[in-house]
Design a protein around this ligand. Sequence first.
Ligand code: BES
Ligand code: MN
Ligand code: ZN
Length: 496
Amino acid sequence: MSVIPEISISSAKLPQKGTLVVLCDDKAKLSSSIANTDLGKTLKRAIAAADFKGGFGKTLRIMVPQGTELEQVTVVGIGKQSEMDEHSWLKLGGKISSTVSSAAKYVVALELPGKDADPKARQISDVAQGIQLAAYRFDRYKVAKAVKPKHKSIKVTLISKAATAAKKVWAEQQGVTNGVMLARDLVNEPANVLTPKEFAKRAGELKKLGCQVEILDEKAMKALKMGALLGVSQGSRNPPRMAIIQWKGGKPKDKPIAFVGKGVTFDTGGISLKPAGGMEDMKGDMGGAAAVTGLMHALAARKAKANVVGIIGLVENMPDGDAQRPGDIVTSMSGQTIEILNTDAEGRLVLADALWHCNKKFKPKFMVNLATLTGAVLVALGNHHAGLFSNDDELSEQLAHAGLATSEKLWRLPIGPEYDKLIDSKNADMKNTGGRYAGSITAAQFLHRYVGETPWAHLDVAGTAMGSPQTDINKSWASGFGVRLLDRLVADNYEK
Ligand code: BES
Ligand code: MN
Ligand code: ZN
């Protein structure tokens, strides 16, 4: 099992024993308090001998440095200090974590090279978050062939003069980090384990953090006439659920903000069956719901000063004697009818009822939904941006900005009446697919028909929630995309 390092932050002096990590810039400069010590001199020689250039994220490990009682010292390059940006510290944490992964205990001296100030509280907290996120692995099912961890726990101490302030920031960010790891766990979990019922149960665990959680079962959803969602789930032996999670950290009278997630625990395509190759990835078709769950965890754990609703629609899309057919017409909770042309366009059906219910019940300030909605968004944007679709420029701006701040990037694509026409149906109010072109946009147009006048944004995370390239802070198939992004959206715009 992977071990997530425990972090403490301190302003103590550097230890003389054990494992140490120090920073070094592109001029091979160490922090001034280290540079003139015996250790500093030893490091200087080693850096020169190894021709180490101190490029950003480059590392040099020195075992048992001569003239000290230290076991090892890892020098981590920060490159040019002037070129460090707001993502650098998170990445640096990831690099440190991956390099020093075999020590049970280590200390990171976060003093900057030269005479410049130490990193700020937020930057220190980012290093801590990077260390933990990079250590995450999904290895719960590697039993007989388990890689035994060298140590039961890993304890990391970050040393800085800004320790007092940094501790406060980290106390909150630990909750956000746990939210990201929760989202990753949910996405990585196989669909035989993570059924709609099991997912709802895990959402129910948010009660421990002070959330209110209501679970709607099939009967409750029938009573609410959620015909679009129920049509998707009718072919599965695993009954559907909807979880409604509330965090009330704001003023009692403040309207809530709302996040809605697609939670298709497995998407076979239904009767419009998907090809076999790669179908296993469809265990991750609940990445939107996982992000919403992780976000609610984050907000509750850090006691965000906002009223927030998270709604996740949980179903399994299976082919079966009871499954819905192409040509079927279903009536959504809104009363609008939908002709099913392709049973594999199921996510929008789930979200139609979840968004409608959310809007009607909570009258939120805005709704943001997340969904692994279309393969087409991968064609358009690949793995590096999630698609952003919105009826509201201000909300879009706030989201795009939070994306840049967290490096969970968004790219806005258009919606409009020309595209909306493409989902009109001969036989019903609309059809669930819009033909060959602009597949991600017509999917967004479909959702748009269920949000009324409420400011709304749809994030198509099919390319970013799972299977995206490994980064310094993610070594797992599931990225947890959306948790840090939306936590930041809330923190920057909707608290206080
Ligand atoms: N869950 C898929 C989208 C998807 C594809 C997510 C690849 C992650 C990776 C979605 O339900 C789907 O099947 N969409 C169809 C829509 C089409 C039938 C209009 C698609 O993208 O092909
Ligand atoms: Mn599908
Ligand atoms: Zn799907």
